[in-house]
Design a protein around this ligand. Structure first.
Ligand SMILES: C[S@@+](CC[C@H](N)C(=O)[O-])C[C@H]1O[C@@H](n2cnc3c(N)ncnc32)[C@H](O)[C@@H]1O
Length: 240
């Protein structure tokens, strides 16, 4: 295992391709160490939720030599294709199944070894309030969107966020009991704090804490590189 990368302040909010690449590698490296510290089978069946076109978890899996079967659940077509294309290069010995659906509607095996997601909850909450074209508009070029567009959507949907939070917690509560291991990272977004948007972090963290309380969640043991340990949720022993 390589030496942990160093957290670079601002890289989370960075927009150049070098900054994005460094950030993806940094987070992927943390995923590798977190999964390595858990009872994580190198050839198991896993589900990744809402990769959003990124490859952070795949980078972590490559680092630990994982080569199992993965269901990638992502409703946005271009993002799903981008992540799956990256995984076919990063994880050539794995079997990757694209699942173009929301978590609520995804057709998945009855049981799996792990369900994992990197920073999914804010987007799932806002996504729950968006229909058709609005959903596609919000998530298309998500990372290149001006902060004003993101702010506008979050402000417009303010009255619906509490029920959207409930629905997101329900969606996860339906799948967590089917997994031996659940890991969700929902670290604080520098993009949102840099742009004065508080709702996404607030509601996402609330959802994470609720899931933790419902399923006796814990936090990962490696501390190196993890800025805010309580924003990483580990759930074990539900499906046995
Ligand atoms: C920006 S990504 C999340 C962050 C990304 N995993 C990362 O590490 O940078 C957001 C993705 O969530 C997806 N999404 C929104 N609602 C969802 C849901 N209910 N189930 C699964 N994915 C969802 C969107 O399509 C979008 O591509």
């Amino acid at each position: 295992m390589m030496a942990p990368l160093t957290y670079l302040r601002g890289s989370n909010a960075g927009s150049t391709s070098e900054q994005k690449d460094y950030w993806n590698a940094y987070i992927g490296d943390i995923w590798a160490r977190v999964l390595q510290s858990l009872d994580f089978k190198k050839d198991g069946v896993i589900v990744e939720v809402a990769p959003g076109g990124t490859d952070k978890i795949g980078r972590g899996l490559r680092q630990i030599g994982w080569a199992g079967t993965m269901y990638v659940v992502e409703p946005h077509k271009d993002s799903l294709e981008k992540t799956c294309a990256a995984y076919s290069v990063l994880l050539p010995d794995a079997t990757i199944h694209p699942v173009m659906a929301t978590l609520e509607n995804a057709s998945l095996p009855q049981r799996y070894d792990a369900i994992v997601a990197n920073h999914p909850l804010d987007d799932m909450i806002i996504g729950t309030t968006l229909k058709g074209d609005d959903f596609a508009e919000f998530f298309t070029d998500h990372y290149a969107s001006p902060p004003s567009k993101t702010t506008l959507f979050w402000n417009k949907k303010r009255p619906f966020l509490s029920s959207a939070l409930d629905r997101t917690v329900d969606a996860w509560s339906a799948v967590i009991p089917r997994a031996k291991l659940t890991v969700i990272a929902q670290y604080k977004s520098e993009f949102f704090s840099a742009n004065g948007i508080t709702e996404p972090d607030y509601f996402a963290y609330k959802a994470l804490r609720r899931l933790s309380a419902r399923f006796n969640g814990t936090t990962p043991s490696p501390t190196n590189g993890i800025q805010d340990k309580e924003r990483w949720l580990v759930i074990t022993d539900v499906a046995r």
